[in-house]
Each structure stands twice: as C-alpha cells, then as structure tokens.
Design a protein around this ligand. Structure first.
Ligand SMILES: *Cc1c(COP(=O)(O)O)cnc(C)c1O
Length: 460
C-alpha cells in the first residue's frame, strides 16, 4: 500500500487516455536488435512504459488544450507571443524574450552571439546539446560543479552546486575577459537531476559580479529546482514556488529554456536576456534560424499552451506530486538494493550501471547495454547517460570518460501513475537478479555529432 502522506496521489483527474500495450519477449528481442541496441531507435508502438525522456512527453491540461483553439497564427505580432512574453517576464523577471523552436534553438543563438572563439564557458556539468553548441562556436567547456556530483552513491542535498574554488581558479588562470559567460543549470540533468541551492546561486552571482562575468541559466527544469529549495533550504519553506523561481533568476543575466520540460508542453523553447545589445543580436539571429522574433519556430497556439503551462507548473500541488512520484520509484529501487544515483533528483531515477554491471568495463558501454536489456525484460524504454552520451573531445578525438555511467528512467509529467512506477520497479528488480547475463556492446555505426541519438551497436 502506497503511503500517501509521503507520496501524494495525482492532483488531477484523467479526462483523455491513450491505450498502451506490451508486445511479447521474443518480439522485444527482435525490436531491440533491429534498433541496433539503441533505445532511441525503437518505435513508440513497441514500448509499454516510455521513460526515454521527460522532454516533450508532458500531458497538457484541459486549459492548455483550450488554449490551442485561441492560437493567433498571424505571421507577425501574434497575441499569444505577448501572452507568453508577459508570463515569462512575470515569473522569470528577465526583460527580453526570444522564442525558439526548442531549447537547442536558444542554445544555438546564445552560443553564437555570446562566445568568442577560444573563450571558456564554465558550467555545472555539461548537457549534450548545450556543450555541443558552445564548442561549435569555439567555446571551451569547463566543468565547475562540486566534486560530490560525480559520486553516484553519495546522498547529500544540492549536489548540483557550483564549486566556487573551481570557478575562482578558472578566473585566476584564464582571466575574466576570456570567460564568455557562466552557464548555470537548474536542476543538473546529467548529475541525476540534482538541484542547486539558492545560497550557491547568490554566492556565484557575487563572485561573477566582481569580474563582470555574465550568468546564463539553463532554466529547463527551474520549477523542479525551486521545489527542492522549498523542501530543503532554510528560509524557503513558506515561500511560493513562483517567488523562489523569481529569486533564482534575479541572480542571472538571462537564460535558455527548453519548454518541453517544465513548461508542460510538447514543443517550444526560448532565450531570455536583460542586455539590450545582446537582445538586438539575438533578434538578428532568430530570423535566420527560427522565424520572426514574435514566433521563433512555434505556432501561435504552441506559445499559448506554453504560457498556460508555465503558470500551471508553479502550482505547489503539481510540482510536489511530480517530484515525489519520481522519488517513489527511486525509493522502491533503493529498498530492493538496486544501485541508483542518490539522492533521487527531480525528473528521473538514474540506475548506476557501474555497480549494476560490475563485470563490464566502461568501454563495453554498460549503460547502453543495460538500457537495451531492460527493454527486453519488461518493455520499459530508458536512455543511456554515460560514455556514449558524453561523446568525443573535438580536439583530441578521444572519448570523454564521465565518472557517471547511468541509465535514466525519466518520468514524463502528468502521464503515468504510481501503478506504472510499481511495474517499472518490478522489471528492474527482475533484471537485477540475472544482471551478470548483460553483455558488452561496441559501435556498429558511430555518428560524428551527438552520437547517442542515432548510433547503432552490436554485441562484442
Ligand atoms: C532538453 C534539454 C536541453 C535542450 O532542449 P531541447 O528542447 O531538447 O532542444 C537543454 N538543457 C537541458 C538541461 C535539457 O534537459
């Protein structure tokens, strides 16, 4: 029996459903083989519970669906753009908004206008598309997250914090003028959805202010980060989620946002900034890559749904259920002795493939194989977040070797119930019992960029 004082029941009623079904084991074995053991290459119809990503997989509310009907599809000056602009200004507090088709559209533009070749871009751990755009524009990414973030089994709060000493050292060694800006991710996806404390953001702002270094947030999961601050940081228990989000962003100069996560929609994103000159440059770029500055690759109706979704995401009942449902799955796995990243973060439970498959070396892609095997075991789709996702160093061609070698069970927002989490946990437990049968993989096809999306593998 679920303890509903610990894990609150769904704060919504289900009004529309999408049937799912499970194909049999022999079929799943065939499907994963045809997909080159890459869960990104499986068809959705062959998946029973889809935990590939929380990106664009959100269920919209009746109000958001209603919003789609009032889309103003004018080429320029859509009223939905103004609604979105007002909403983002209200919650985030940034002066200017540039809409984009999704988060990486915003990353592309920011990287082009704010990085000079050879400049450093410190960040609290990397994100795949973010780092890709930084490097493509000549930036050099430097990880300044606290060391503890790389230790999967260390359960301490705010593992996403920036290590101020690392940042100070970078400034001292390279000079502030050689730092493009600091990218501050809230929460930190690849560290396991780990939050950043308000105290840390404040301290980082003070330090960067001394040197005139700008801070751009990766705001993708800012609402989830705000929940952790309310739950765990002294002085924030009585503050609303909206107040916390507002304070977080008061320490930044702008942000990139993937609306496909915390905005509770299926597509969209934006870039924000306070600086006028940078805003002019961003508007010049957005027409090249995205569309007019008043739609940026989104339909009017998408912008309306996003404005409504952002507002809904600030409701306490929503975000509390969201975080605690993820924690529920994590707690089930921990009780069964399954190695996961601790503490459980905001959007996903990450299996620790190093401890799950100690018989495989990192070069045998343990997390990639674990994700493939989990699909065969129970029809649950997950994603590798380890050496395959980390890619190669663009200068040396060598594989990046992240300490964290994980499989991400990512929970879409407002889509699955606690019962689904039970089924996922049972599947993982069953696989764990015969984990020594998980075999190593090697590349059959390795794409040059962002290889994890379309790579193919074969058994060694
Ligand atoms: C998803 C994501 C992005 C990229 O956004 P897209 O909408 O997928 O292009 C950037 N940063 C983080 C932390 C993300 O999770």
């Amino acid at each position: 029996m679920i303890d509903y004082s610990k894990y609150p029941a769904e704060p919504f009623r289900i009004k529309s459903v999408e049937p799912v079904h499970m194909i049999n084991r022999a079929q799943r074995e065939q499907v994963i083989k045809e997909a080159g053991y890459n869960t990104f290459l499986i068809n959705s119809e062959d998946v029973y519970i889809d935990l590939l990503t929380d990106s664009g997989t959100n269920a919209m509310s009746d109000r958001q669906w209603g919003g789609l009907m009032v889309g103003d599809e004018a080429y320029a000056g859509s009223r939905n753009f103004h609604h979105l602009e007002d909403t983002v200004r209200e919650y985030f507090g940034f002066k200017h908004l540039v809409p984009t088709h999704q988060g990486r559209g915003a990353e592309n533009i920011l990287s082009q206008i704010a990085i000079k070749p050879g400049q450093y871009v410190p960040g609290n751990m990397y994100f795949t598309t973010t780092r890709y755009h930084q490097e493509r524009n000549g930036g050099i990414f430097v990880d300044v997250i606290r060391d503890e973030a790389h230790d999967a089994s260390l359960s301490i709060p705010f593992k996403g914090d920036i290590d101020l000493n690392k940042l100070q050292k970078l400034i001292d060694e390279k000079g502030a003028e050689n730092i493009a800006y600091l990218c501050l991710a809230v929460t930190v996806n690849l560290a396991g959805g780990q939050p950043v404390s308000m105290a840390n953001m404040r301290a980082v702002r003070e330090l960067t202010n001394k040197y005139g270094i700008k801070i751009f947030f990766d705001a993708t999961r800012c609402v989830e980060n705000a929940y952790f601050i309310k739950e765990q940081e002294e002085g924030y228990a009585d503050k609303s989620i909206a107040e916390i989000v507002h304070e977080m962003f008061s320490y930044g100069d702008g942000c990139t946002m993937s609306g496909k996560k915390d905005c509770l929609v299926n597509i969209g994103g934006f870039l924000c900034m306070n600086d006028e000159e940078l805003f002019m440059k961003a508007k010049e770029m957005v027409v090249v890559y995205e569309g007019m500055p008043s739609y940026g690759g989104m339909a009017g109706r998408d912008m309306e749904a996003m404005a409504i979704g952002l507002k809904e995401s600030m409701q306490y009942e929503y975000i509390q259920h969201r975080i605690l449902q993820v924690r529920y799955l994590g707690d089930l796995l921990l009780e069964a002795g399954i190695p996961i990243i601790e503490p459980v973060g905001g959007h996903a439970v990450f299996l620790d493939a190093r401890r799950f498959c100690p018989h495989l070396t990192q070069d045998q892609f343990p997390a990639q194989s674990l994700a493939a095997n989990l699909y065969v075991e129970c029809g649950v789709r997950s994603m590798e977040r380890g050496i395959v996702s980390a890619g190669r160093d663009p200068h040396t061609g060598e594989n990046h070797r992240p300490k964290l070698e994980t499989v991400r069970l990512t929970i879409p927002r407002r889509v699955y119930t606690y019962k689904h989490m039970d089924v996922v946990a049972e599947g993982v437990k069953k696989l764990y019992k015969h984990r020594e049968t998980i075999r190593g993989l090697r590349f059959a096809y390795e794409p040059k960029q962002l290889r994890f999306f379309t790579a193919r593998f074969e058994f060694i």
